[in-house]
Write a protein that binds this ligand. Structure first.
Ligand code: ZN
Ligand code: ZN
Ligand code: ZN
Ligand code: ZN
Length: 407
């Protein structure tokens, strides 16, 4: 069957920049515009990621998913210009050497590699001892060898099982790491995870490079605190001061500040000329210093070939790296990556993780697979429940109030 139905996947957009917020300036300028010092967390560039439900084989497709469409509807960012691309995108031993340990020279039977007894060389059968140190095959850890010669001699017959096990080991890591949201996703004041998309529910503070939820930010204002609610630094009320504040932190090699400056270049904000190459340069530096957001955005840049030579393989590795450190959108993107290849079971495994971390689109995708007869109802129900729990955990009185006031 050909399932041509398109399924929600995003490029997680170049986040549409939120419209300027009306705010009463604490400094009394009465200026309408972005809230002083309250910059939404940097919007990622457009992301990977979209897929269409396909039957069986991988193939290349173009299309657009809901988030792209949504982003396009409101986007002001030039980073949004290009449309998301879609990628479409028993070992048998023979000729082992007889071994001589002690008495026996009995012929070893040809055995599948996996059956080789733990403490013998998989090639010659020599047993490990004080004098014979066996070393694991580092890729699979399934077998041991008495030396490089045996390992080399055994390579041909071991290759398939080794690769398979190595892939399994990688998967174990991939699906077990990053199941909790990264530290930067939690408001440092109320300690609750920030709802997604983060930039709609929080403000980035250049003074301390903290991302503070809008509930806490509003609560601070109500108490008469107009400076940074976290570090109490006065908030800059113009672009130049804001930029100077970011640059001061950049000089100190603060990864989040470097990442943030990159997004300013990406979007051409704070009076800067849009410059994707500069953005990529900064994100690269920030990612090396440990910024998970920078890793993810760098992935987007490589995926889209924006400011850098397009390289999907590299993009995937970066998404993986971000996801394994708890980047929700990165995790969602891995699901899309698998879905585009028609590997729906793998896709669902990723989306279940991102759904439980509060990503709604991941739930929608799982639902669509279920509706299309590719996924199961249990998967959908479980993802939905996980998502709902995450939403509950992100609620607070202050956040509700901020939301109702459109703050
Ligand atoms: Zn050996
Ligand atoms: Zn191996
Ligand atoms: Zn908070
Ligand atoms: Zn601060």
């Amino acid at each position: 069957m050909t399932l041509a139905r398109s399924i929600a996947a995003r490029p997680r957009p170049a986040r549409p920049r939120p419209p300027p917020r009306q705010s009463s300036s604490p400094r009394g300028t009465g200026r309408a515009g972005p809230d002083w010092g309250q910059v939404s967390p940097p919007a990622p560039t457009k992301s990977p990621i979209g897929f269409q439900l396909i039957s069986g084989v991988s193939h290349k497709q173009k299309g657009e998913d809901q988030r792209t469409a949504k982003a396009k509807a409101t986007a002001t960012s030039t980073c949004d210009r290009s449309e998301a691309r879609r990628e479409g995108r028993t070992t048998h031993s023979s000729g082992h050497q007889p071994f001589s340990k002690g008495t026996s020279t009995s012929n070893m039977s040809c055995v599948p590699v996996a059956d080789v007894v733990d403490d013998t060389c998989a090639n010659c059968g020599k047993q490990g001892s004080d004098t014979v140190k066996l070393k694991n095959c580092t890729a699979c850890r399934l077998v041991k060898y008495c030396g490089v010669d045996c390992q080399r001699a055994h390579r041909k017959q071991h290759k398939t099982a080794c690769k398979q096990r190595a892939a399994e080991l990688q998967d174990e890591q991939l699906y077990s790491h990053g199941r909790e949201r990264q530290e930067g996703d939690f408001c440092p004041l109320c300690a609750l995870p920030i709802p997604l998309p983060k930039e709609d529910h929080s403000f980035f503070r250049a003074c301390c490079t903290k991302t503070i939820c809008r509930g806490c930010s509003l609560a601070a204002k109500k108490r008469g605190m107009f400076d940074c609610a976290f570090c109490r630094a006065p908030c800059p009320d113009n672009d130049a001061d804001q930029l100077a504040m970011i640059r001061a932190r950049v000089k100190k090699k603060d990864p989040e500040a470097i990442y943030n400056l990159g997004t300013k270049y990406c979007h051409g904000e704070l009076g800067l000329q849009k410059d994707m190459q500069m953005a990529v340069e900064l994100w690269t530096e920030a990612s090396e210093l440990g910024s998970i957001e920078a890793i993810f955005n760098l992935g987007n840049a490589y995926f889209n070939g924006d400011g850098v030579q397009q390289d999907e393989g590299k993009a995937y590795e970066l998404y993986k790296k971000a996801a394994m450190q708890g980047h929700v959108v990165g995790r969602h993107g891995l699901g899309n990556h698998e879905a585009r290849k028609g590997k729906y079971d793998r896709a669902v495994r990723h989306w279940r993780i991102s759904a439980k971390m509060g990503d709604e689109i991941s739930v929608e995708n799982i639902k669509k697979l279920f509706m299309a007869g590719v996924g199961t109802k249990e998967q959908y129900v479980e993802a939905l429940r996980g998502y709902q729990n995450a939403v509950e955990e992100m609620k607070s009185h202050d956040r509700d109030e901020a939301k109702s006031l459109g703050y």
